[in-house]
Design a protein around this ligand. Sequence first.
Ligand code: PNS
Length: 170
Amino acid sequence: MPTLAVYPGSFDPLTNGHVDIISRGARLFDRIIVAILVNAEKAPLFSMEERVEITRAVFRDQPNVEVDTFDGLLVDYVARRRAQVIVRGLRAVSDFEFEFQMALMNQRLDPTIETIFMMPAEQYTYISSRLIKEVFALGGRVHGLVPDMVETRLREKLAAQPIGAGKKSR
Ligand code: PNS
């Protein structure tokens, strides 16, 4: 039976850390579904459509990477897709507690689904979507930390809604 994995998250926005984990998953599993949570945040920076579009564009040459959206319980979505594995990235010890809780709760909800943790390449271990948004909004450089398409879109968003003082060239 082919092994199908689900990599769930908010991806607001997709970072190179996410890209690294997805690429690792695509090598390990027959298929990996990047499952973007609908309505994770009340006011996401990137709309659901944008997040789907960006992720599809980044992985357009990888046929075993699928991009989808989900809402409700993750284990229900995983079961509906007949997947066996949930993939989560672990960057640092600080991620562990929340990830451990989620994995055990998901295990209790559906013991047939395994959560597998993968470490991103070292240079991505400190990146998070939240930090990318904050650093970029305050004029910091995020080049190399997010796909080029994300950087372009961030720039467009900032141009459409300038944050004023503190802006530097990037
Ligand atoms: O990128 P994130 O925000 O860390 O992803 C968190 C996510 C989407 C994996 C988590 O919030 C989730 O699975 N939400 C779906 C609802 C659910 O199943 N909650 C119980 C998880 S134990």
